[in-house]
Design a protein around this ligand. Structure first.
Ligand code: CAA
Ligand code: FAD
Length: 381
């Protein structure tokens, strides 16, 4: 077993760290307060090749492995989880699905600009009445011969107003249940496609989460991904990889909070000594360091599974379940170590605490991860 990173992986991690500290950190508190999408920062992320990290160079991507991707996700998420969710959706939910299952024409037209960071993508599965219960899609894509007529509402869509390319999951044949679902590529500007209200959120406030409305949108047949009825399998397979990205995001939020708490504990004095010299604080730091290391191993293992063509449905779900729990628990502890200073925006940990919560909800709640894991460990296959 070799735990060493390659020189390339180290270079990617260091570039992401520099970007996070020097470009993202200065404005992150204001963007959170003002709910402002990081337009310029995301543009620069694209120039660095971080929006199409795992896409092959042939399609304008960086041709990197999943381990490099999670290293970058951790570093970006330590500082700005609103930026990292945009990065995660574009890389793992949009680019990966298009490269793996798209036609050559779809790759040339849609994947290339997304991988180069010239455009941003969104993944639209959730609906007001279909979140965890994702097979209960009410959005319809009626087969009209050479196009689908798309009607319905998607909600909670990340990159909702900043994207140009949307992968929309919709029901074509209700009788066939989940086998009657399709995944369609919808372009911003198609007639009948409206970007609705923006959500006012607890955390990741720089991310633009919107409701999307589709009223008789004509989507060409050429924009369907895969065979007729492949849409639900497409969504599940795509989410299996996406969950590794969100696990890395949770890991980053936890490790960012830990690094801040550790540094603060060496500066802050109480009862005549630095607070880390009080065992109650030192033990909190020990628990944080241990849990974060365990989460990192799980995230790396899931990424390694994906890179080595092993099954990563379960390892990715486990990594997300565990890392998101670590993020929630230890961001709360990081605020505690900061005392009153932890409760104000200037010290960053209160934002990390608010951002941590979403990692237990999106790309499958913690309960959904337990469904995936328990079905896998009890299956006879
Ligand atoms: N790969 C391939 N196929 C899969 C699969 C996988 N990982 N998981 C399930 N399937 C297939 C099953 O084999 C089954 O097909 P067959 O009948 O042909 O065998 C079909 O999909 C239906 O599967 P289930 O019977 O297991 O379906 P279910 O109704 O019991 O639901 C579930 C399973 C895991 C709960 C699923 O509905 C689910 O993942 N829900 C959560 C949805 C989710 O994660 N949404 C995230 C939205 S995106 C997002 O959130 C982005 C963001 O925030 C940034
Ligand atoms: P519900 O499914 O209604 O769940 C409510 C509660 O019941 C949860 O605790 C859940 O775990 C529990 N529950 C439900 N079913 C079961 C069960 N069978 N067993 C045990 N417990 C159960 N979606 C997208 O498609 N694209 C996006 O880009 C996207 N971005 C998002 C960004 C944000 C900020 C947010 C908040 C959400 C985003 N989502 C996105 C939606 C997200 O994936 C869903 O919110 C999530 O899947 C949960 O669905 P729900 O909100 O409908 O909750």
């Amino acid at each position: 077993m070799n735990f060493d990173l390659t020189e390339e992986q180290i270079a990617v991690r260091d570039a992401a760290r520099d970007f996070a500290q020097n470009v993202l950190k200065p404005g992150v508190i204001d963007r959170d307060r003002e709910q402002r999408f990081p337009v310029e920062e995301v543009r620069q992320l694209g120039e660095l090749g971080f929006l199409g990290m795992m896409v092959s160079e042939k399609y304008g991507g960086s041709g990197m492995d999943t381990v490099s991707y999670v290293l970058a996700m951790e570093e970006i998420s330590k500082v700005d989880a609103s930026t990292s969710v945009c990065m995660s959706v574009n890389n793992s939910l949009v680019c990966w699905g298009l490269e793996t299952y798209g036609t050559e024409e779809q790759k040339e037209k849609y994947l290339v600009p997304l991988a180069k960071g010239e455009k941003i993508g969104a993944f639209c599965l959730s609906e007001p009445e279909a979140g965890s219960d994702a097979t209960s899609q009410r959005t319809t894509a009626i087969d009209m011969g050479d196009y689908y007529l798309l009607n319905g509402t998607k909600n909670w869509i990340t990159n909702g107003s900043s994207a140009s390319t949307y992968i929309v999951i919709a029901q074509t044949d209700v009788e066939k249940g989940h086998k009657g679902i399709n995944a369609l590529i919808v372009e911003r500007g198609m007639e009948g496609f409206v970007v609705g209200e923006k959500e006012d959120k607890m955390g990741i406030r720089g991310s633009d989460t919107h409701t999307l409305l589709f009223n008789d949108v004509k989507v060409p047949k050429a924009n369907r991904i895969g065979e007729d009825g492949f849409g639900f399998t497409f969504a599940m397979k795509t989410l299996s990889g996406g969950r590794i990205g969100i696990a890395a995001q949770a890991l980053g939020i936890a490790s960012g909070a830990y690094e801040l708490a550790l540094a603060y504990s060496k500066e802050r004095q109480a009862f005549g000594k630095e607070i880390y010299k009080h065992q109650a604080v030192a033990f909190k730091l020990a628990d944080m360091a241990t849990d974060i290391e365990a989460a990192r191993m799980m995230v790396m293992k899931a990424a390694w599974d994906k890179d080595n063509k092993r099954n990563y449905d379960t390892s990715g779900a486990m990594a997300k379940l565990y890392a998101s729990q670590v993020a929630m628990t230890h961001t709360v502890e990081a605020v505690q170590i900061h005392g009153g200073y932890g409760y104000v925006k200037e010290y960053h940990v209160e934002r990390l605490m608010r951002d941590a919560k979403i990692t237990q909800i999106y790309e499958g709640t913690s309960e959904v991860q337990k469904i995936v894991i328990s079905r896998s460990i009890t299956s006879d296959k």
